[in-house]
Each structure stands twice: as structure tokens, then as C-alpha cells.
Design a protein around this ligand. Structure first.
Ligand code: F6P
Length: 371
């Protein structure tokens, strides 16, 4: 069995399960295959600055359950379009050759990249440069087409569900309307799953434009039935019919500079103007709590399956691929097919229908009678 040197990095926003993948990959590579591992710090930035640490059984013990990444992460460092200073002036350059040289210098045989669409795009590009790359799909947004599940999503849904349970008691006690903003970028998966599991009354998704009129109508219907409170889950990427997304900030040096956010406050003001006499409206932004803390049991297991399979792929030299989950089975898919294909909620999918059957409104024109 040839001894290999494996490098690992975690890129993009952190997601619960990164450590579980690192843990499983490290254990499997060392104990089953006898490989050596290093981890680059802060994603691709560490690959550029050659900042890495050994990954051993000792320094990865006890991390299976922990959120975050022991290797740290960055969502700004695209080495194919990287900010460097030249004569005191910032310029953007392709510095990928530096990373390739660093990998060669350290004698790395395989680079395992844990990330979402942006990070995996670079993984594909390094693969095109001849580096042996294996991808592992991470993101709380669950918006990668090439896999049924990304790790991190289940934990985020659990956090949203728990928060909605807590908010219900306050909403009910004060007859309030609570507008809960959740993450997900342009995909409504977190809002849809969390909203159904947490018994939301209205769920607003990027994929189904809403009107404030329809939301007010739903709240009034509930009032008429004696349900004097309403929980609205709004995805950060949701928009009114004919409207635009709400942007909280632009991170200039990020490959994906738009940060969504603010929709809960915007919608709360709009509702205040319409029904402020009847109800107090309160926005709640769950924000980064959705990525924080402990990893859910489902995500720990999914991450362990991904980590174990990635180790097997290294052994089989199945490079240029991303580990994935399809119909409950772990397999892999070429990196070339992974990027740029966003998985969005189909407005006619079964889960949207289930929500409608439960009387949940999506703020669209559908007639809702019961909830
Ligand atoms: O992609 C994961 C995610 O948490 C999105 O849901 C959210 O829009 C974005 O990252 C937030 O990014 P940042 O951590 O840079 O604020």
C-alpha cells in the first residue's frame, strides 16, 4: 500500500459537520490506510501562504460533535482572483500557481476540499490544473444540485425548529406577529424545512414571491378563528412579487459579495403600517446561530459517511470527484458537474404541497382556509 500525503482545507462559511468530516477522514486515512495528513488553515488562504498544521489522531480527538472548523475558514480567498498588494496598491491576480507550488513543495498527493459552491469551483479549477482533488459538499443552505444533502443543513433546521418553538409561546402570550428571518441565500430549504417542523403559519421563500396583502389576509383569517398570533418564517432571499432581494451588506473582496439580510425588519415595518393597531409585530433574525454550536446527530453521521468515503476515494485514486448522497446512498460525482448548478425549492414540490395541506401560507395567491 503506497503511503500518501493528504491535505485538507475548509472553505466558505463554516457549517456544522466540518469537524466531523475532518475527524473521520483523519482516523480512516491514518488507521486504515496509513496515510499522513496536513490541514491548511483558513481555507485557500493557507494554501497560498503555506500555513498548515499536521492532522493527527491526537489533535483531532473529541471534535466529532463540534461546530466550526479546527482548520478555520474563509469565504474571501479565491486564489484564481486574489487580492495582492503591488507597489502599495491592491490588485486582483490569479495566484493559483503559488498554491500548486506549495502543494508540490510539501509533497501533497491529494487535496480534500470541504466547501460549498464557491469553494468547490476553485476545487474544480485546481483539478483542471492537474492537482488530485476530492470535494466534500458543505453548506447549511443545502443548495448544491449534485447531492441530495449537504452537511450542516440538518443542524440549521434543528436550530430554526427549536427557535420557532420558543417564539410560539411569546407570540401566543402577547398576541404578536413574529417575523423570523432565516438563512439560505437564494434557496428556501432552511425556511421550508424549519417552517414546517416548527409549525410556522406563513413561510416566505425566495422561490415563491409574496405580497403583503396576502400575508395580512392570512393573519386576519387566523384572527377570525381566534388564533390571535402568527409566526412568519421568512427566508433571507425572499422577495415581494415584482420586488428585489434585501441586501444587508456588500463584502467587496468576497467572490460572492452580496450578503442578504434585513427582510424581517422590512416586512415588520410593512405589517406595522397595515395591522399595527391590531397586533404588535416583532422581527427576529436567527443569523449565525443557525451555523453555531453542536452538530446534529444526522449531520455527524452524514459527515462521517462523507469522510469515510473520501478516504476510500483517495485509496482508489478517484480524483476530480465530489462525495455525494443520492437516494440515501453515498457515491461520487465529477467536480465538473458540481458547480454552478443551484438546487432551489420547486414551488410545486411535494413538501410545498404538504405545507399547503397543513394550511401554511406562502404569501402567494393560493387560498388557505384552515390554519
Ligand atoms: O452559505 C451559508 C450562509 O450562512 C448563508 O445562508 C448566508 O447567506 C451566508 O452564508 C452568510 O455569510 P456570512 O457568514 O459571510 O455572513
Amino acid at each position: 500500500m503506497a503511503k500518501k500525503k493528504v491535505a485538507v482545507l475548509t472553505g466558505g462559511g463554516d457549517a456544522p459537520g466540518l469537524n466531523a468530516v475532518i475527524y473521520t477522514l483523519t482516523k480512516t486515512c491514518i488507521l486504515k490506510y496509513g496515510y499522513e495528513l496536513i490541514g491548511y488553515k483558513f481555507g485557500y488562504r493557507g494554501l497560498y501562504t503555506n500555513d498548515f498544521m499536521p492532522l493527527t489522531l491526537e489533535n483531532t480527538t473529541g471534535i466529532l460533535h463540534k461546530g466550526g472548523s479546527i482548520l478555520y475558514s474563509s469565504n474571501k480567498d479565491n486564489l484564481f482572483d486574489y487580492k495582492v498588494m503591488e507597489n502599495g496598491v491592491p490588485v486582483r491576480k490569479d495566484v493559483s500557481h503559488v498554491a500548486v507550488e506549495n502543494l508540490k513543495k510539501e509533497g501533497v498527493d491529494v487535496l480534500v476540499v470541504l466547501g460549498g459552491d464557491g469553494t468547490l469551483t476553485s476545487a474544480r479549477d485546481f483539478s483542471r490544473l492537474g492537482i488530485n482533488v476530492i470535494g466534500v459538499p458543505k453548506t447549511i443552505d443545502n443548495d448544491l444540485m449534485a447531492t441530495d444533502r449537504t452537511f450542516g443543513f440538518d443542524t440549521a433546521v434543528n436550530i430554526v425548529t427549536e427557535a420557532l418553538g420558543r417564539l410560539h409561546t411569546t407570540a401566543e402570550s402577547h398576541h404578536r406577529v413574529i417575523v423570523v428571518e432565516v438563512m439560505g441565500r437564494n434557496a428556501g430549504w432552511i425556511a421550508l424545512y424549519g417552517g414546517i417542523a416548527g409549525s410556522a403559519d406563513i413561510i416566505l421563500l425566495p422561490e415563491i414571491p409574496y405580497t403583503v396583502d396576502n400575508i395580512v389576509q392570512k393573519i386576519r383569517e387566523r384572527d377570525a378563528r381566534g388564533k390571535m398570533f402568527t409566526i412568519i418564517v421568512v427566508s433571507e432571499g425572499a422577495k415581494e412579487e415584482g420586488g428585489e432581494v434585501t441586501v444587508s451588506k456588500v463584502v467587496a473582496d468576497s467572490p460572492d459579495p452580496i450578503r442578504l439580510g434585513g427582510i424581517a425588519h422590512k416586512l415588520s415595518y410593512q405589517l406595522e403600517e397595515r395591522i399595527g393597531e391590531e397586533h404588535e409585530i416583532r422581527p427576529v433574525v436567527l443569523g449565525h446561530t443557525q451555523r453555531g454550536g453542536e452538530t446534529s446527530p444526522y449531520d455527524r453521521i452524514l459527515s462521517a459517511r462523507y469522510g469515510s468515503h473520501a478516504a476510500r476515494m483517495i485509496h482508489d485514486e478517484a480524483y476530480g470527484q465530489m462525495v455525494c448522497l443520492k437516494k440515501g446512498e453515498i457515491s461520487s460525482v465529477p467536480l465538473e458537474e458540481v458547480v454552478g448548478a443551484q438546487k432551489l425549492v420547486d414551488p410545486n414540490c411535494e413538501l410545498v404541497q404538504v405545507a399547503r395541506d397543513l394550511g401554511i401560507s406562502f404569501g402567494d395567491r393560493h387560498v388557505h382556509r384552515f390554519k
